[in-house]
Design a protein around this ligand. Structure first.
Ligand code: GDP
Length: 138
């Protein structure tokens, strides 16, 4: 069993697709074992995305991620990291496969509805960024 961090980004919350995203996760065998809604401040967003700090879109991305509430979840399942990334689709929605969350809902390479961890190491640190051990029920 693997755990991964999922975020429904501010555009997903604002557009009212929280339920649709969760339905797709659950119907694909991903179990939600922790969940909360919160609004990040700029320092938190910069810390969360620090791996991208040299990228030209860093300021824009971290501003966007603070622009409204987000839903953060820990997902558990077999092969959850890769499996969830497949359900999300490619970063740029124009490249995303049919039926993926980003293909169906994203409007922009940045405003792409969801985040998902990309490795076991990243998943562990991203889960720890948002949740205490007693908040993760799995
Ligand atoms: P992910 O793992 O598919 O989320 O993609 P990355 O880790 O490469 O990028 C993190 C996030 O930065 C993406 O989900 C987008 O929201 C944003 N992003 C990535 N590439 C670009 C870009 O070229 N321009 C802008 N404005 N945002 C980007």
């Amino acid at each position: 069993m693997e755990k991964t961090l999922s975020i429904i980004k501010p555009d997903g919350v604002a557009r009212g697709v929280i339920g649709e995203v969760i339905k797709r996760l659950e119907s694909n065998g991903l179990k939600i074992i922790a969940m909360k809604m919160l609004k990040m401040n700029k320092a938190q967003a910069e810390s969360f995305y620090s791996v991208h700090k040299e990228r030209p879109f860093f300021q824009s991305l971290t501003y966007f991620m603070t622009s409204g509430p987000i839903v953060v979840m820990v997902l558990e399942g077999e092969n959850a990291i890769a499996g969830y990334r497949e359900i999300m689709g490619a970063t740029d929605h124009r490249d995303a496969a049919e039926g993926t969350i980003r293909k169906d809902f994203a409007t922009d390479i940045e405003k792409n509805i969801v985040h998902g961890s990309d490795s076991p190491e990243t998943a562990a640190s991203e889960i720890g960024f948002f949740f205490n051990s007693y908040e993760v029920t799995g």
